[in-house]
Design a protein around this ligand. Sequence first.
Ligand SMILES: NC(=O)c1ccc[n+]([C@@H]2O[C@H](COP(=O)([O-])OP(=O)(O)OC[C@H]3O[C@@H](n4cnc5c(N)ncnc54)[C@H](OP(=O)(O)O)[C@@H]3O)[C@@H](O)[C@H]2O)c1
Length: 244
Amino acid sequence: MGISMKSEIEGRTALVTGANRGIGKAIVDSLINHGAKKVYAAVRSLEKADSLVKKHGEKVSPVLIDLNKPESIKAAAKAATDVDLVINNAGILNVCDPLSESTIETFKEELEVNVYGLVRMAQSFAPILENNGEGIFVQLNSVASLRSFADFSTYCASKAAAYSFTQALKDKFQEKGIAVISVHPGPIETDMAKSIGMEGEPVSIVSEDIIAAINCNRQHVFPDSMAKDFWSTYQPFAEAVVEG
Ligand SMILES: NC(=O)c1ccc[n+]([C@@H]2O[C@H](COP(=O)([O-])OP(=O)(O)OC[C@H]3O[C@@H](n4cnc5c(N)ncnc54)[C@H](OP(=O)(O)O)[C@@H]3O)[C@@H](O)[C@H]2O)c1
């Protein structure tokens, strides 16, 4: 008989941004399936969490977060003081090459959500994660954090910046006893992938690999087959230089 290992998720109180669809929704499902006590489903309007509440009952607690609205992040942090796991998943992708007329405007939009949103989430929830102990902060980055794709160049640049901040947060959070995990999917079957004509792999591949990474203390998550290809060459560099 094997020794049963307690999941690191058991009994945790999590908060997930962009929880109403795509990867975020799968993360909520996985957290609850792996024993989370409560998940704050952060959405841009409360009724967007209706189907999650219907599915999981009182374990799901809807809360308003629009990453474009710093006040909404502060208000959520005031309400969700029991959180010990934050998963910043919400993000946007625009199709825009670097020579387009709208490159700068488009980039600003993505910076606001994908980068400033991350910084604001980290700043608002750091004291809570520190205070509750054994805190974990998970950031949804991308393979596009490591390699640009010209037709959505501004998204890639925003995800590269988000990964850079994730590394800085890892160092600063370490002093506070908070672990940081950086997630780098390739194409995953969501509205975002559809919007650029990609099919992608199932959302549960990402959410289940995040759970596995939490359980075994992994700093990087490269969940799907394209991501794994990236990791096979990036791993030695990441382990020697980034994770250190
Ligand atoms: N799908 C992929 O292939 C892929 C690959 C690599 C990385 N990622 C990353 O994974 C994360 C989730 O992607 P996804 O594919 O699940 O995207 P998605 O299907 O487009 O869903 C995006 C989620 O983010 C929310 N959101 C958008 N703007 C927001 C804002 N200003 N404030 C708060 N929430 C906002 C959306 O809420 P509404 O419903 O209200 O719009 C939605 O819940 C993103 O960070 C993305 O960059 C995705």
